[in-house]
Design a protein around this ligand. Structure first.
Ligand code: SPD
Length: 291
């Protein structure tokens, strides 16, 4: 029996196309790919959009998975809702990075949020996300969202705008995002916060990036009075254990959690809930000792 007589599904078994994200050059996270939807190079990085068997469509920048349709909810819900329900009534948010619009998508679930400014350096990332991910398009086209194409570090250094929430939705600490892990950047983020403001920054895998984490938290602790690491489970990020830094001068994420508001709002979430809000700040012993 020849290849020509096989059904489409049978042919797919021969279509042996796999993508591997290499972690530290020694470990790989491997996905079987149905179709390469886009591959290209922007001024800043290589961009791939892949359709995979297990995780649906995924955005890959410089060979690293940024998000997949199947598990993006964990990361983006944690950024948006932990900050929202710790603040007590935010109306404005700044997202640094996040050109995929998915952190904005979560913020827009709250009617009190009147404005979301998304600052991404790479216009091509925004264009490809709008082209291949309907939820990105819906969020980025929302009238409450303004997208600015700029270097996030420059933006927070120069802007006079103030925000209730600043979310650092960066890629990994490699160019062009390496500047988003530096002390000067976090100092400028603090300058952009209004009274009672909250910053949440993604801070990589405690398992694979302990050195980055140590350095980032040392800087943050010199800048903010309250710095609380939180963790979440993200299957497609290396080690699946991902960390975020909650920072504020006034708000404590657990003591200040507005549980009543969360229960009353009934926003649709798939990971975040009133128990996860507090549980995210419970750290495995090896993470606690890092920090
Ligand atoms: N190793 C992947 C880390 C990516 C963190 N940010 C992703 C941005 C998705 N909005």
């Amino acid at each position: 029996m020849g290849f020509a007589s096989l059904t489409h599904a049978e042919r797919e078994d021969f279509w042996n196309l796999w993508f591997s994200e290499l972690v530290k050059g020694h470990v790989g996270m491997t996905y079987k790919v149905k179709k390469i939807l886009y591959s290209g190079q922007s001024r800043f990085q290589r961009i791939d959009v892949l359709d995979t068997h297990e995780y649906g469509r995924m955005l890959v920048l410089y060979g690293s998975v940024m998000f997949t349709e199947r598990d993006d909810f964990v990361y983006h819900e944690m950024m948006a809702h932990v900050s929202y329900y710790s603040h007590g009534g935010p109306s404005s948010a700044l997202v640094i990075g996040g050109g995929d619009g998915l952190t904005a998508r979560e913020l827009l679930k709250h009617s009190s949020i009147r404005s979301v400014v998304v600052v991404d350096i790479d216009e091509m990332v925004v264009e490809r996300c709008k082209e291949f991910f309907p939820e990105s398009k819906a969020a980025l086209d929302d009238p409450r969202v303004k997208v600015r194409f700029a270097d996030g570090a420059e933006f927070v250094r120069k802007t006079d705008e103030r925000f209730d929430i600043v979310l650092v939705d960066s890629s990994d600490p490699v160019p062009p995002s390496d500047v988003l892990f530096r002390r000067e950047f976090f100092e400028n983020c603090k300058r952009c916060l209004g009274p009672g403001g909250i910053l949440i920054a993604q801070t990589e895998s405690p398992f694979y990036n302990p050195d980055v984490i140590k350095e980032v938290y040392a800087s943050l602790r010199e800048i903010f009075r309250i710095v609380k690491p939180m963790v979440a489970w993200i299957p497609t990020y290396p080690s699946a254990l991902w960390s975020f830094a909650f920072c504020s001068d006034e708000r404590h994420p657990v003591e200040g959690f507005d549980r009543k508001a969360f229960l009353a709002d009934k926003i649709a979430t798939k990971y975040y809930n009133e128990e996860i809000h507090a549980a995210a700040f419970a750290l495995p012993a090896f993470v606690r000792s890092l920090l």
